[in-house]
Design a protein around this ligand. Sequence first.
Ligand code: 5MM
Length: 346
Amino acid sequence: MSIYADEMRQTAQAMVAPGKGILAMDESNATCNKRFAKLGIPTTEERRRAYRELILTTPNLSEFISGAILYDETIRQSSQAGVPFTQVMQNAGMIVGIKVDTGAKDLAACPGEKITEGLDGLRERIAEYYQMGARFAKWRAVITIGEPIPSPTCIETNAHALARYAALCQEGGLVPIVEPEVLIDGNHSIERCYEVTDQTLQAVFTQLRLQKVAFDQMILKPSMVISGLECPVQATVDQVAEMTIQVLRNNVPASVPGIAFLSGGQSNQRSTEHLNTMNVKYGALCPWRVTFSYARAIQQPALEYWAGHDANIPAAQQLLYHRAKLNGSASLGKYDPAMEKQTVLV
Ligand code: 5MM
């Protein structure tokens, strides 16, 4: 058992406290720059820093955000006033998280499939991040649906890597967020997504067990069971909620404290509606908390409004706070689409 077990148990519970979710802001420089470039924002370290400061200093964000996942560049940065972001977060009552994978790369001998890298030197990096104040970590595996993929090689290899990562995190005192993402891209049906998600979660929990990961000290960050973006038949919100909860109930041990979904390219409102419906209709059947760990579905309106201009920061922060609030409500099953229109003073 890890010497950090008690602390990690408490951290994991706090990450999924009622009404709260986790903000993903761990975009690598390449992804962040791509999003900046689309909006004409200079792709510099200083603008990335300024944007992350905008997010982390949003007034009262911790009402709905328990913690945020940072990228390696961000965890080493400070506010304009010189306060390290880790300190800014702690002062605001948010737990510091860190993405520790180094990205999804082509999987040898498996065309069109990816394996997430980052295990080499991970023990040492975890120790450094813990010293810096991080208390949880994230690793994302990517599973693509196509014809005839995913291969068993891809599922097993990624499950193995996720479990090795999670075991190392728990040894070093970081609660692992285990993120197997079944991509939304493609023309597959929701039934096919269910099948692939089921196979993936089975493999992931088999490996987590094998590698002695403590389920009560981790968080699962899955994708929802959903129709492919180009599928001509798009599942309803009720279908997504029902099939997502079903696949999770079939695979996720009750001792896992929480499930925090990724948004994966869904629209802002849809990802909130899906989360809300799961909690309204199936909350009573779920042994774990069901909440969010969205990036795009929380950040996008704020990023677009800010567009790199400091004068826009207060209004952009209101937009960020608003989306966090809507998702916090959805995590309690208390969201109503009418809330989308509630006045935000931009
Ligand atoms: C799937 O992406 C994760 C959740 O974000 P969405 O809610 O937007 O789907 C997110 O944490 C993701 O892992 C990072 O943004 C991806 O960063 P890189 O740059 O490593 O792909």
